[in-house]
Write a protein that binds this ligand. Structure first.
Ligand code: PLP
Length: 309
């Protein structure tokens, strides 16, 4: 092992410096903390390769533009920082996050967002799953929460953000009732998404995923791409709660977990099993995509990086 053991729990970039993850701290006066006024993105590294890195960076840039947050770092600088975090941590499988925070006002006492010094925090930590692996293996139990998702006219869910109070309420609902996780519906009774993932339902042999009220996940896009290539019918549009309740198969998807099969929706056990046949097909293609040069960016190993220094 040639990387610094201080970075064994992860490496962060903050205030222009690389530090062990435990030393990465922000001010309690940062608006990213006091107002959730930040945007972020998460990309994964699997077997030493970033997956769809440019797609994540493009979404991060769109999120920043929508929230009028500007960083000093351009896309190449950002890429170099993320790579360096992974290398310092010496990780081949990693959860890699980039956060653009509003920061603190440069003018004392100012309430104007435009007075704030926006800044970047990035980090690489060992891989984590949004739903624990053992739960994914048996198939998760999914509650359709009665807690509504915040209206997309109020908080744009296509901007990846930290407004999670409704999603957290959904998680409490689920856990209190013995479920693993939850999805939330909008005011129209349409399924949106859950705490950290998008939703797909198999209906009449084809896939349906919500279009409104949710983040347009990169993993969701991968599933849509897989369907296009393999001739599986896939529709992005309204998914009424009742259709999820009766779907032939259901799976969730996210960067930190991939394709996650559902065994039970509410009290109904999915007869096709978890994973069912369509879900299995998507899972196999998603795994194969990680070998496709079109989607991956190699990270030099820590050893090679140290040798080059
Ligand atoms: C609310 C929400 N929806 C969906 C997703 C899935 O997005 P992606 O596939 O880009 O990870 C995430 C990921 O963290 C999320 O936080």
């Amino acid at each position: 092992m040639t990387h610094n053991p201080d970075f064994k729990d992860g490496a962060a970039y903050i205030g222009g410096e690389f530090v062990p993850i435990g030393e990465a701290k922000i001010s309690v006066l940062d608006w990213g903390f006091t107002r959730s006024d930040a945007v972020y993105d998460v990309v994964h590294v699997k077997d030493g390769r970033f997956f769809r890195l440019d797609d994540h960076l493009a979404r991060f840039e769109r999120s920043m533009a929508r929230r009028r947050i500007e960083l000093a770092e351009d896309r190449q600088a950002l890429k170099d920082i993320l790579v360096r975090c992974v290398q310092l941590a010496g990780l081949t499988d990693s959860y890699v996050a980039m956060v653009a925070s509003r920061g603190r006002p440069r003018v004392k006492g100012s309430r104007k967002p435009s007075d704030c010094a926006n800044h970047l925090v990035a980090y690489a930590i060992p891989w984590i799953d949004v739903i624990p692996l053992e739960v994914q293996e048996r198939g998760a139990k999914l509650l359709i929460s009665d807690h509504p998702r915040v209206a997309d006219e109020a908080v744009d869910p296509t901007v990846k953000n930290y407004q999670w109070s409704d999603l957290t309420s959904g998680l409490f609902d689920a856990n209190d009732e013995g479920f693993d996780t939850a999805v939330l519906c909008d005011g129209r009774g349409m399924v949106t998404e859950g705490p950290g993932f998008n939703v797909f339902a198999v209906i009449g042999g084809g896939l349906v995923t919500p279009e409104r009220g949710c983040l347009h996940g990169i993993t969701r896009q991968s599933v849509i791409d897989i369907c296009g290539k393999e001739g599986i019918v896939c529709r992005a549009g309204d998914l009424p709660r009742a259709d999820l309740e009766t779907a032939e198969e259901v799976f969730l998807c996210t960067t930190a977990g991939g394709i996650m099969p559902i065994a039970q929706v509410g009290e109904r056990v999915i007869e096709a099993g978890a994973p069912g046949p369509v879900t299995r097909r998507v899972m196999a293609s998603y795994t194969a995509m990680h070998e496709d040069a079109a989607y991956v960016t190699f990270v030099d190993t820590p050893t090679r990086f140290a040798a080059a220094e």
